[in-house]
Write a protein that binds this ligand. Structure first.
Ligand SMILES: [Zn+2]
Length: 236
């Protein structure tokens, strides 16, 4: 999968909605819809994290033009605005949520999450408290990784199999605990231990913001060769 520099692009969105003056990376609904339209019209294969994980299990090469769509943080606009657009184009996606923030102002509620999960959206864990994991004490790691998983599962009635590290931060210890907790894979940002092979407990992602409003930068990001142009960061 990483041969010749090709990496399956896993897109990391945060909020899809009205552009506000806060620091949340946001994509307007119009831009998001145009991006989905572009993927569909140009015959990209938008696949779920589950499909990606299955390919990794079988050491299969991903077909070119595969793309994964993910959202971090669980903003209320995702079930309300982004998911209906994804459903319209029949595209899968994963939403990573933080139990301590579910239902707070601006965040999706358990009812919304349960509803979109029933309609096929994958819900993953973004830890219990949106903690930067390299700084979390050993004794608190299990709450962040295991308890968050358990709570989401009991609320939405579906297995939670994917994790997203807040701010992308992880350590080898965090990775092995994620595996132990039963996650099939975990997503980071552009952080990596090594530039080489794909590591399913640090799947690199590409952040999408309104700056990708024009189709050219978006096209570069979904090419699978974007990693060749960007600086990888330390995992912690
Ligand atoms: Zn986050």
């Amino acid at each position: 999968m990483s041969r010749w520099g090709y990496h399956i692009p896993i897109l990391a969105y945060h909020r899809v909605g009205a552009l506000k003056s806060d620091h949340v990376p946001t994509v307007s609904p119009e831009t998001f819809e145009r991006q989905l339209e572009f993927l569909v019209h140009h015959h990209y294969r938008v696949i779920s994290l589950n499909e990606l994980s299955g390919c990794l299990d079988r050491s299969e090469r991903m077909p070119r033009r595969s793309v994964v769509i993910t959202f971090d943080d669980g903003y209320e606009e995702i079930p309300r605005i982004a998911w209906p657009l994804l459903k319209h184009f029949d595209l899968p996606a994963t939403l990573f949520v933080t139990p301590a923030e579910v239902g707070l102002a601006g965040f999706a509620s358990w009812e919304q999450l349960t509803a979109v999960a029933e309609q096929g959206m994958t819900i993953g864990s973004h830890t219990m408290h949106h903690s930067y994991l390299p700084l979390v004490k050993e004794e608190d790691l299990s709450q962040e990784l295991m308890e968050s998983k358990r709570i989401i599962e009991s609320r939405i009635g579906k297995a939670v199999e994917f994790l997203s590290y807040p701010v992308g931060g992880f350590t080898p210890r965090v990775q092995s605990m994620a595996k132990q907790a039963g996650y099939l894979a975990a997503c980071t940002t552009n952080r990596a231990l090594s530039k080489g092979a794909v590591d399913r407990y640090s799947l690199r992602r590409i952040k999408i913001t309104e700056r990708d409003e024009h189709i050219l930068p978006f096209r570069v990001k979904i090419s699978g060769y974007y990693d060749a142009f960007r600086q990888l960061r330390q995992p912690n």
